[in-house]
Design a protein. Structure first.
Length: 375
C-alpha cells in the first residue's frame, strides 16, 4: 500500500470543498466524508478499480461488501433488480437516515463493490454534506467506514486522519458525527425482512412499518458458529489493542427486545440498582488492582453516573447510562483512547439499557471478543 498520497483535508463548510470532493470521486479517487452514523470512505460504486482502492486503503478483506450511498430514492431502481413493496415502505419511513437495505443487485453493480455477492447494500445518509457530495458527483458512492480494517469506526475527522492520511485523496471534515455507530442493516431479499446488523433504527421501529421482522441468528446466539449473513460481522471489529473485558451484573442483562428497556431505565435509581452497580464496580476494582500489581496499565469504561465508583488511573466516561444516544456517540472514540493511553487491560460496564442498548452491546461485545464476566 502506497502511504504517500497527498491527502487534501478540507472543512465541509469551506468554499469549494464539496465540489472538490465530487470531482475527486469522478476521477476514481477516494474521499472520506461525514455521515450521521460514522465517517465513510467513498469511491465510485460502479467503477471496479475505484472500489478496489477502498479495500487496499483500509486493508479490508475483499469478501467484505461495501454499502452504496445514494442521494435520491430513484437510484435504488438503477442498482437493484427487484424492489419489494416492504423495502419501499422502509425507504419512505427512514430515508434519508441510518438504515441500509439489502436487495438483489443489477448487473451494473460490479462484484468488486459487493464483495462477490449477488446482492447490494444501499443507504441514503441524512448528513447534508454527504448528500451534497453524492449529488454533485452524480455517482453512487460505495463507502464502508473510513477506518483501517479492524479498528473502531471513525466518529471524528481526527480519527479518519489518524487512520487514512497518506492513503486516500481527500478528507472532508464535518466535526463529530451525530449517532456514532453504524447503520442498521436489513436484508429485504427474503419474505420476512431480517436484521443483519443492529443500529439506531430498532427492530420495533421497523416492525411498526412492515410488520414482522427477524434477526440474523448469529446476532442472538452468543456462543455460536453460525455464519453471519452480513459478511463484515464475522470479522473482529472495533477492538482496542489492550484486552477488553465486559463486567456485567447477571440479573441486569436485558433481553434483545427493546420493550424491556423502559423498565430497567426506571429501575436505575433504585436501591437495588445501586447495589448491582456497586457489585460490578467491586469486581472491576479487584481486577484492576490485580493487573496493576503485575505492572500493567489499566483503564475502565464507565457511565458518568458510576465513574466515581472506580479506583483506576484511567477512567473513560462513555456517556450517561440512562441515555444510549450519549454512549453510542462516544463509544468508538473511547475505544481509540484506550490505544492512545496504551492500556493493557480494559474493563467496561455493560450498556444494555434503552433503545440503543442492543446496537451498543453488539459493538462492545465484538470489541471485547465476547469476553464477559458476570457478577
Ligand atoms: P461498514 O460500512 O464498514 O460497516 O461495512 C459495511 C457492512 O455492510 C459490512 O458489515 C458488510 O458485511 C455489510 N454488507 C454490505 N453489503 C452487504 C450485502 N450485500 N449483504 C449483506 N451484508 C452486506
Ligand atoms: Mg466498518
Amino acid at each position: 500500500m502506497n502511504e504517500n498520497i497527498n491527502t487534501i483535508i478540507m472543512n465541509c463548510d469551506e468554499k469549494g470543498a464539496i465540489s472538490k470532493a465530487a470531482v475527486t470521486l469522478r476521477k476514481g479517487g477516494l474521499v472520506a466524508f461525514p455521515t450521521e452514523t460514522v465517517y465513510g470512505l467513498g469511491a465510485d460504486a460502479l467503477n471496479p478499480e475505484a472500489s478496489t482502492k477502498i479495500y487496499a486503503a483500509k486493508g479490508r478483506p475483499s469478501d467484505n461488501p461495501l454499502i452504496v450511498h445514494i442521494a435520491d430514492t430513484y437510484a435504488v431502481f438503477k442498482l437493484a433488480s427487484h424492489v419489494p413493496k416492504k423495502a419501499v415502505m422502509l425507504m419512505e419511513a427512514f430515508w434519508p437516515g441510518p438504515l441500509t437495505i439489502i436487495l438483489p443487485k443489477k448487473d451494473i453493480v460490479p462484484r468488486e463493490t459487493t464483495g462477490g455477492l449477488d446482492t447490494v447494500a444501499i443507504r441514503m445518509p441524512s448528513h447534508p454534506a454527504a448528500l451534497d457530495m453524492i449529488r454533485q458527483s452524480q455517482l453512487y458512492i460505495a463507502a464502508p467506514s473510513a477506518n483501517i480494517s479492524g479498528r473502531p469506526s471513525p466518529t471524528t475527522a481526527d480519527h479518519v486522519i489518524n487512520d487514512m492520511k497518506g492513503r486516500i485523496d481527500m478528507i472532508l471534515d464535518g466535526g463529530a458525527v451525530g449517532i456514532g455507530i453504524e447503520s442498521t442493516i436489513v436484508d429485504m431479499t427474503g419474505d420476512v425482512p431480517m436484521i443483519l446488523r443492529p443500529g439506531f433504527i430498532t427492530k420495533a421501529m421497523l416492525e411498526n412499518i412492515v410488520g414482522a421482522v427477524t434477526v440474523d441468528k448469529s446476532l442472538t446466539d452468543s456462543i455460536s458458529d453460525i455464519k453471519p449473513k452480513a459478511p463484515g460481522m464475522k470479522y473482529t471489529h472495533y477492538a482496542p489493542k489492550g484486552e477488553l473485558t465486559i463486567v456485567e451484573a447477571a440479573e441486569e442483562t436485558d433481553t434483545p427486545d427493546n420493550s424491556a428497556s423502559e423498565h430497567s431505565h426506571q429501575n436505575h435509581g433504585s436501591a437495588h440498582s445501586y447495589i448491582t452497580r456497586l457489585s460490578v464496580a467491586k469486581k472491576i476494582n479487584a481486577l484492576i488492582a490485580e493487573k496493576k500489581q503485575q505492572g500493567f496499565k489499566t483503564a475502565v469504561i464507565a457511565s458518568a453516573e458510576n465513574a466515581h465508583l472506580y479506583n483506576c488511573e484511567n477512567i473513560l466516561i462513555a456517556g450517561e447510562a440512562a441515555s444510549g444516544e450519549t454512549i453510542a456517540a462516544k463509544l468508538y472514540g473511547i475505544l481509540r483512547e484506550c490505544d492512545d493511553i496504551g492500556a493493557d487491560y480494559i474493563y467496561s460496564e455493560a450498556f444494555n439499557r434503552g433503545k440503543l442498548g442492543n446496537a451498543i452491546m453488539n459493538r462492545l461485545l465484538k470489541a471485547a471478543g465476547q469476553r464477559v464476566i458476570k457478577v
